[in-house]
Design a protein around this ligand. Structure first.
Ligand code: AMP
Length: 415
C-alpha cells in the first residue's frame, strides 16, 4: 500500500532564454516564470506557500528529482526578507535526515541592482502532511503513525540543539515520501516575530500553535510538543483538533475539549490576558477516551494490536496538555512506548548543528539593507558551492547530499 497519491502534474510552456553565462533558461510554470540553471529540467508545480511557488524538477547532473522554490523579490517587505534570510541561513547550517536539506541556491541576476529572485534547490519529497491527512480512506496504521511522529520528534530535537525553537509546526510544512520518511520544511517563528506585521494576503494557519504562543507567555522547547500532538491527533481524528478562526476562537476550541486550565497556570499569565482567560465560561473538558474513541484508531491485527490504541491515546494525553509545566518533554516523548520502538541513537542524538546567530532574528533593517544582505548570502553560497559552475563539474555534483530517491513504492516504514 503506497502512503500517498501521485503528485499533481501541471502544464507549462518551456522556452529558452539564456542569461548569466548562458547557463540559465526560462520556463513558465503556471503564471510564474522560473529562470533557472539548465541542469534542472522538466519542471512541474507541486506547491505554493507565503514565499512563492515550488516545483519538482529533474537534476540532469545527479539524475535525481529535486524541489525548486522560487523566492520572488524576497526583500519586498521586511517580514518576507527576514524570513527568507533566516530560512536560507538555517538551511545552510542544519543537516539532519528529518530536516529538509539544501542542495543548491542561485540567483539569475548579475548585480545587486538587478537582484530580484532567489532559487532554493532542495531534496524532493512526495507530499505534505496536509495532503496525506486529506486523502480520504487513507487510514494510516500505528506503525506508520508512530514512525512519522518519531521522525518529527527527531527533527525538532535537532533544531532545539541548535537553539531553534520552532513554535509553528504544521502539516503543510512537514513533507513525507511514499516510504514513510519525513522531513520538516521550515524553521518556524523568529524570536522577534510577535512585533512584525505580516504584509501579505496569505492566511497564516494558527491551529497548531501552543497555548503559551496564543496567550503570549514565555515558552520552552516543549512548545513544539503541543504542535506535534495536534498533528498526531489530526491524523487519528481525520480533522483539525482546534480549528479556531482567530486567537480567541482558538482558545475556546482548546478549553472546550481539554478543560479550563488550573489557577496556577492562570497566575502565570500577563494581567490583561489573565483577566480575559479567567472570565471565560469554565469547561470541564473531556477524557481522552471521549476525545479519541476506539473507533478512530486503525484496526491492528498484530500481536500487540490492543495495546497500541491505548499507547497512542496515552501519548496524546501527555502532549496535549495546556500547561507547559505539565506537558511531556521532547526527550520523554521519544522514550514513550508508542514512539520508542523506533529509537535509534544516531537519529535522536545526531551531532548538533553549528551555533545559530540569533541576532539575525532580532535585526531590524530597511528593505534595501535586507536586499543587500540576502544578495551577499546568495553570492557567498554561489562562490563556495560553485552553484553556477560548469554542469557536473562543481562540488554540488559530487556532494549532493540527497537521499537516494527510490522510485519503488515502499509500503512500510524501515525495519
Ligand atoms: P513552502 O513555500 O516551503 O511553504 O512550501 C509550500 C508547499 O510546497 C509545501 O506545503 C509542500 O507541499 C511543497 N513543498 C515545498 N518544498 C518541498 C519539497 N522539498 N518536496 C516536496 N514538496 C515540497
Amino acid at each position: 500500500m503506497p502512503l500517498l497519491s501521485p503528485r499533481n502534474n501541471g502544464r507549462m510552456a518551456q522556452s529558452a532564454a539564456g542569461s548569466r553565462n548562458s547557463q540559465l533558461y526560462t520556463v513558465e510554470v503556471g503564471d510564474t516564470r522560473f529562470q533557472i540553471l539548465k541542469r534542472y529540467q522538466n519542471l512541474k508545480p507541486i506547491g505554493s506557500g507565503a514565499q512563492g511557488i515550488v516545483c519538482s524538477a529533474l537534476d540532469t547532473v545527479t539524475n535525481h528529482q529535486v524541489a525548486i522554490k522560487k523566492l520572488s523579490r524576497p526583500f519586498q517587505n521586511v517580514t518576507h526578507a527576514k524570513r527568507a534570510y533566516r530560512e536560507f541561513k538555517l538551511m545552510k547550517l542544519v543537516s539532519h535526515k528529518n530536516i529538509i536539506g539544501l542542495l543548491n541556491a542561485f540567483t539569475p541576476q548579475k548585480t545587486l541592482d538587478e537582484f530580484s529572485d532567489v532559487y532554493l534547490v532542495m531534496e524532493l519529497m512526495d507530499a505534505n502532511l496536509c495532503q496525506v491527512i486529506q486523502v480520504t480512506g487513507l487510514d494510516l496504521d500505528h506503525e506508520r503513525i508512530s514512525y512519522l511522529m518519531y521522525q518529527c520528534l527527531c527533527g525538532i530535537k535537532h533544531l532545539h540543539k541548535a537553539g531553534i525553537i520552532h513554535r509553528d509546526l504544521k502539516p503543510s510544512n512537514i513533507v513525507v515520501k511514499t516510504d514513510c520518511t519525513l522531513k520538516i520544511l521550515d524553521f518556524g517563528l523568529a524570536r522577534s516575530t510577535g512585533t512584525s506585521f505580516m504584509m501579505t494576503p496569505y492566511v497564516v494557519t494558527r491551529y497548531y500553535r501552543a497555548p503559551e504562543v496564543i496567550l503570549g507567555m514565555g515558552y520552552k522547547e516543549n512548545v513544539d510538543i503541543w504542535s506535534i500532538g495536534c498533528i498526531m491527533g489530526e491524523i487519528i481524528r481525520g480533522a483539525v483538533l482546534f480549528p479556531g478562526s482567530d486567537h480567541i476562537d482558538q482558545w475556546n476550541k482548546i478549553i472546550e475539549q481539554l478543560g479550563t486550565p488550573s489557577r496556577e497556570f492562570m497566575e502565570r499569565l500577563l494581567p490583561t490576558v489573565r483577566n480575559y482567560v479567567e472570565n471565560r465560561p469554565r469547561h470541564p473538558g473531556y477524557s481522552f477516551e471521549r476525545l479519541f474513541p476506539d473507533m478512530l484508531f486503525p484496526d491492528d491485527n498484530s500481536e500487540n494490536g490492543r495495546t497500541k490504541p491505548a499507547q497512542a491515546r496515552d501519548l496524546l494525553s501527555k502532549m496535549l496538555v495546556i500547561d507547559p509545566e505539565r506537558r511531556i518533554s521532547v526527550e520523554e516523548a521519544l522514550r514513550h512506548p508508542y514512539i520508542s520502538v523506533w529509537y535509534e541513537d544516531q537519529e535522536v542524538n545526531a551531532p548538533p548543528p553549528g551555533p545559530y546567530d540569533h541576532s539575525v532574528d532580532e535585526r531590524e533593517h530597511t528593505v534595501e539593507q535586507w536586499k543587500d544582505l540576502i544578495y551577499k548570502e546568495v553570492m557567498d553560497y554561489e562562490s563556495t558551492h560553485n552553484s553556477l559552475g560548469a554542469a557536473g563539474a562543481g562540488p554540488m555534483a559530487a556532494n549532493a547530499n540527497v537521499d537516494q530517491p527510490n522510485a519503488a513504492q515502499t509500503a512500510a516504514p524501515r525495519r
